[in-house]
Design a protein around this ligand. Structure first.
Ligand SMILES: *Cc1c(COP(=O)(O)O)cnc(C)c1O
Length: 496
């Protein structure tokens, strides 16, 4: 008996300890305190962005080894023990992507309003994967897609999807085109893109079952735009060989030089040939939201589908991409699916259900991120900021074009331009070395961060202005640093 009572006592004590440990809920006071602590740290971090080096030290293999942790700790930690090193050490060991000096790759910034939206979305944690589970919240996401369609000149019958980025938006477009135009017979289908396309186009094609031997990289002209004569010839050659051309993936703003393919001519050719015209606007599409800049993207609104990256041109944090498909039914036909354990999908097409337009079922409430940011600032502020980024790029390119030895390979069509260093008698290899030295020297000053690219064997330096935090003063710094370092690099190459 006594042994039995002892055992029961132990079990009871264990259950009590368990109950304590199993309680993951926080008191309202604790939630408030933790939240305030995090907000304070985040705001201090953001307020110091302009003083942070434009590129942090990422040569930190030793730190990564130190950070390795192969088993999760059983014991709880104090928040400061986690947040202190995060903010004081780890986060800075990175490209300063949200900083005003970030002119590398394709910037965006990351609006604070979007971070608040993510906090709200995660904390309220409603299920937006299917319409029936949170119809009013899903409507906010549908509104965002309608705004995008409006800005891009797409009809109200267009449907879309918020993705994690441009790569998956391009993937969804190619899958929709494939389903509509090829059906089950994929093997003969041919997709056309240009030598300047983002590598995710070929990757998306492959994931969609269009293998590399059915993807044609059409050559570009002197302005890095897809050559429509070469496209037309390639389509004819493939047809003559018994293949089935089905899709052209053009680019509205290439990653290398910011080139906008001749969208109008490609749209004409696709219409004449019965092909699907997909436009990769991951970098450039949001310039179409600004009415006075629309001529730069003429033809974009005729596309059958369009990939956008709100985490670039709408200044949102990473993880926000979007796809629009003119024939909303084609997007739905490629993705619609249901099951008996799910609530019914909405009748007709008045209400939007993301699970019927994309590959995911459960997903984060990414729509709130866009919705809150746009509503809080107003669309006019976004248009002004986008137009300002283009004006800054144009002004920087004009000033840099006058720098001795600096050759402008691609003037800004949108807000990205590319250039290299050269001098009389220099070989391409010498120019490539000098341009690489220029990039390294500018970046070493830590006021701006630039990256380069290799086009047809030539190394180019590039400047892309697309962070909302990049203003005139940062562009002045960029111009000064490039001009001074260009002079120094040229001088060093002229020395015997
Ligand atoms: C950024 C970019 C992509 C890839 O988008 P992710 O959001 O990185 O997946 C594709 N195409 C172009 C033109 C881009 O600029």
């Amino acid at each position: 008996m006594s042994a039995g009572r002892g055992a029961r006592g132990e079990a009871g004590a264990a259950r009590a300890a368990h109950d304590d440990l199993a309680d993951l809920e926080l008191t309202p006071e604790r939630m408030t305190a933790l939240g305030a602590d995090v907000v304070e740290r985040v705001v201090a971090h953001l307020a110091s962005l302009a003083e942070q080096p434009a590129c942090g030290d990422t040569d930190v293999a030793a730190l990564c080894r130190q950070l390795r942790e192969d088993r999760a700790p059983d014991a709880a930690s104090e928040p400061a023990a986690l947040l202190d090193p995060f903010f004081s050490s780890w986060v800075g060991k990175s490209f300063t992507t949200p900083g005003p000096g970030y002119l590398a790759f394709i910037p965006g910034g990351g609006l604070y309003a979007a971070a608040l939206a993510d906090f709200i979305a995660d904390a309220t944690n409603r299920y937006v994967g299917v319409w029936q589970a949170a119809p009013a919240l899903v409507q906010l996401e549908a509104n965002v897609l309608a705004w995008f369609a409006d800005w891009m000149g797409f009809p109200p019958s267009a449907r879309g999807l918020l993705t994690s980025g441009g790569s998956l938006a391009n993937f969804g477009a190619i899958v929709s085109a494939r389903e509509k135009l090829l059906g089950p017979a994929l093997r003969d289908g041919v997709l056309y893109t240009s030598t300047q396309a983002h590598h995710c186009i070929a990757k998306a094609a492959k994931l969609a079952g269009i293998l590399p031997d059915r993807v044609r990289a059409i050559p570009a002209d002197g302005s890095f735009r897809m050559r429509v004569d070469a496209l037309s010839a390639a389509i004819a050659t493939d047809r003559a060989a018994g293949l089935r051309p089905f899709c052209v993936a053009s680019t509205a703003g290439t990653t290398n030089t910011g080139a906008v393919d001749p969208l109008e001519e490609i749209a004409d050719l696709c219409a004449e040939q019965g092909l699907w015209h997909h436009v990769d606007g991951a970098y450039g599409a949001f310039f179409h939201a600004v009415p006075e800049l629309r001529p730069l993207l003429a033809g974009l609104s005729r596309a059958d589908s369009l990939a956008l990256d709100p985490h670039k041109g709408l200044f949102l944090p990473y993880g926000t991409g979007a796809l629009l498909v003119r024939d909303g039914e084609a997007l739905r036909a490629a993705h619609a699916a249901t099951a008996h354990y799910l609530p019914p999908t909405p009748d007709g097409d008045e209400f939007y259900d993301a699970s019927q337009y994309g590959p995911e079922l459960s997903r984060d409430f990414r729509g709130l991120r866009v919705w809150l940011a746009v509503k809080l600032h107003g669309a006019a502020a976004f248009r002004a900021a986008i137009a300002e980024k283009r004006a800054l790029a144009v002004s920087a390119a004009e000033r840099l074009a006058r720098v001795p030895g600096l050759v402008m390979d691609a003037a800004p069509q949108l807000s990205l331009f590319a250039f290299h260093l050269a001098w009389p008698g220099a070989t391409q290899a010498q120019c490539n070395d000098a341009t690489a030295e220029l990039l390294a020297a500018v970046n070493a000053r830590q006021r701006v961060m630039l990256t380069g690219c290799l086009v047809d064997g030539r190394r180019l330096a590039r400047i892309c202005v697309l962070s909302f935090r990049t203003r005139a003063a940062h562009i002045d710094a960029a111009v000064q640093d490039v001009a001074e370092e260009a002079a120094a690099v040229l001088e060093s190459h002229h020395r015997p």
